[in-house]
Design a binder for this molecule. Structure first.
Ligand code: 4NP
Length: 154
């Protein structure tokens, strides 16, 4: 089983979308996908209603996800840790115990060479169009990522 963790700040807007989108593109018997936030603001909460609604409009149900905070043990539990922006990167790397931990952490948009700005913008204070933009960025990136991950496990 290959395991992938998506990480943002609150675990209610971006990483739940990344989690649901990647999960929808991978066979569940070979891949485990989860998400977490670096902050504890939304532990136990459902994703933001705008993330739920944008995902639903693209045929993905993320409503059963619940927020949780990233923990040091996640470095052991996951093979790959994808963060949404530089601030998430720094927050996760701060908790790393060694270079193996650090090597697992990547900005998710690094997998897409066609994108210059490697930040998945935080849509929390935005409107539905910002959530649509995040969905579209993550959908393209997760298509690339799923192909790479499937190739690696063949
Ligand atoms: P996320 O967005 O990191 O994409 O889940 C945020 C959600 C909540 C907050 C900040 C960002 N907050 O400050 O509560």
């Amino acid at each position: 089983m290959t395991s992938i963790l998506m990480v943002c700040l609150g675990n209610i807007c971006r990483s739940p979308l990344a989690h649901g989108i990647l999960e929808s593109k991978l066979p569940s018997h070979q891949f485990y996908v989860d998400s977490a936030g670096t902050a504890n603001y939304h532990v136990g909460d459902a994703p933001d209603h705008r993330s739920i609604s944008v995902a639903k409009s693209h045929g993905i149900d993320i409503s059963a996800q619940r927020g949780r905070q990233f923990q040091i043990l996640d470095f052991d539990r996951f093979d790959y840790i994808y963060v949404m922006d530089q601030s998430n990167f720094e927050n996760v790397v701060k908790l790393a115990r060694n270079t193996d931990d650090i090597a697992k952490v990547k900005l998710i948009l690094e997998v897409d060479d066609s994108i210059n700005d490697k930040r998945v913008p935080d849509p929390y204070y935005g409107d539905l169009s910002d959530f649509e933009h995040v969905f579209s960025l993550l959908n393209n990136t997760c298509s690339i990522l799923s192909t790479t991950l499937i190739d690696k496990t063949l």
